[in-house]
Ligand binder design. Structure first.
Ligand code: ASP
Length: 346
């Protein structure tokens, strides 16, 4: 790792890190970046050159949307040549969706884009925000001796761990270890020293440009199975003519009840071009539809495997592919490939 002075763009979208208590409601609400800055005198001591961009109205990340993802992509694309890395301050609730979406929207990314935030506001004594932000800045500016970045991908940094963005899931609503990537090893562990796991980090093609994509098509639904599903309700929801894809959260290694009515609804949807992706309800492990008969039936109904994908990666990958391609065959085939390190194929 060399000590070149790097330039990082910090994009502040909102989230707990910059929130404070509203005395009228006693609830946390997002404040502008100056509030955050006042609590971070450490900024002045950093070796990295930091510039800040903030959204006109900082948001709770529950209000995140594909339009804001497009704004983030536009900022990164416009400023791409001017910075060595990008940090996005973001609420934790939808951070894994944003990280997944950006990993597809920023094709052939050659610079770090690190999302971080905190569980306690930066103004509170026990805040985790300072460590998360300061370490993210160091990670975004970390370079190999030849000048190439240590982590040229979209990542989430939280509580000592740098994770691949499209492998991450929010696992804890209270603890400081808010994220983990259950099906992929960490990219770096930050203790006294940084322990980069180079063999887990993507290697982009530095001779090709980064290609930004801003269109997303969200005509999808996440449908979680449970014992006792009602036929008329499932038919109503999955029969929607606008629907282009269903992310079906199945049991264990990709199994579903073998009710004939369910297979019929799924087969009909698949035949009319709806893409149905099988994702396990387990946070760890992969879908293997051929392992049990209860999964094999799904394969026969035209459902494709989501392998070891997170729900967040499957949803945002479909949104990205649906915006780029109109035919289901192409989308199904690309769902069977890793396009930004989001799945491990068997
Ligand atoms: N509700 C907050 C948000 O996602 C939680 C957080 O920042 O951790 O914006």
């Amino acid at each position: 790792m060399s000590n070149i002075l790097n330039k990082v763009l910090l994009i502040y979208t909102g989230g707990t890190i910059g929130m404070d208590i509203n005395p009228d409601t006693n609830a946390l609400e997002p404040l502008d970046f100056n509030h955050l800055f006042e609590h971070m005198p450490e900024f002045h001591y950093l070796k990295t050159d930091i510039e800040v961009r903030q959204f006109s109205t900082p948001i709770d990340s529950s209000d995140m949307s594909p339009l804001i993802w497009a704004q983030l992509v536009n900022i990164i694309a416009t400023e791409y040549a001017n910075y060595d890395g990008f940090i996005i301050l973001h609420g934790t609730d939808t951070m894994a969706y944003t990280a997944s979406a950006l990993s597809f929207m920023l094709e052939n990314l050659t610079k770090p884009v690190i999302l971080t935030g905190s569980q306690l506001p930066i103004g509170q004594l026990r805040t985790d925000g300072k460590e998360n932000l300061l370490t993210s800045i160091e990670l975004a500016s970390a370079h190999h001796a030849d000048g190439t970045p240590m982590v040229p991908e979209v990542c989430i940094y939280f509580s000592g761990h740098l994770l691949r963005g499209n492998r991450s899931t929010k696992q804890n609503a209270d603890g400081f270890d808010a994220f983990d990537s259950f099906n992929y090893p960490h990219l770096c562990d930050a203790g006294v020293n940084f322990d980069f796991h180079d063999h887990n980090i993507l290697t982009p093609d530095y001779s090709r440009p980064m290609i930004p994509h801003t269109q997303m098509d969200s005509r999808s639904i996440v449908f979680s199975l449970f014992p006792g599903l009602q036929e008329d309700i499932v038919r109503h929801v999955l029969g929607s003519p606008q629907l282009r894809s269903i992310i079906m959260r199945t049991f264990g290694s990709g199994n579903a009840p073998q009710d004939l009515w369910l297979m019929k609804i799924l087969t009909e949807a698949s035949e009319r071009g709806v893409i149905i992706v099988n994702i396990s309800q387990c946070v760890s492990g992969r879908v293997e539809m051929a392992r049990y008969d209860a999964g094999f039936q799904l394969k026969n109904a035209g459902i494709i495997s989501g392998y070891d994908s997170t729900v967040e990666a499957a949803v945002t990958k479909l949104m990205y592919l649906q915006a780029r391609y109109s035919d289901a065959t192409t989308i199904r085939s690309l769902m069977n490939q890793s396009i930004a390190g989001e799945i491990s194929l068997p």
